[in-house]
Ligand binder design. Structure first.
Ligand SMILES: [Zn+2]
Length: 158
């Protein structure tokens, strides 16, 4: 079991670099295993740059805390459709420990990716699942949630 070190900070160079597409799925077998070992039970997602690799891959926990919870690796994920309808929700990030910000995301998305066997998959996701994907794909483009933080006028009233 190899738990990888998670990079932190809004100005970390690797976190701020646009990651490259993966050409040979077989070459990343070790990274896949190590990323799985690194994701704790409560974590919703992890992108390769967060563990120091600027390649387009992320690990997503779909349907967290439900009976249908599953871990899905997405290689070269591409959001092909984004619903116009958006919603604001609170997000955290393993690379920005202790920070929670409100981010506006599309409510529904379609994402195309390769699975760990190199087979193309397409998923239509909504709400929290869609939010996790948008957050992780942002990591592959060097974007952090603080870049998208929105002011929530109701925050102080709760
Ligand atoms: Zn993150």
């Amino acid at each position: 079991m190899a738990k990888l070190k998670i990079l932190t900070g809004t100005d970390n160079k690797i976190l701020r670099t646009k990651s490259v597409e993966i050409k040979h799925v077989t070459k990343i077998a070790k990274l896949i295993k190590d990323m799985k070992d690194t994701l704790d039970a409560k974590d919703l997602g992890l992108a390769a740059p967060q563990v120091g690799e600027n390649v387009r891959m992320c690990l997503i926990r779909l349907n967290p805390s439900t009976k249908s919870e599953t871990l899905v690796f997405m290689i070269n994920p591409k959001i092909t459709e984004m619903d116009k309808e958006k919603e604001i929700g609170e997000e955290g990030c393993l690379s920005l420990p202790g920070l929670w910000v409100n981010v506006e995301r599309a409510k529904k998305i379609t994402v195309k990716f390769l699975d760990t066997k190199g087979k193309e998959q397409i998923l239509m996701l909504e709400r929290l699942n869609a939010r996790i994907i948008q957050h992780e794909v942002d990591h592959l483009d060097g974007i952090l949630m603080v870049d998208r933080a929105v002011f929530d006028a109701n925050a102080g009233l709760r």
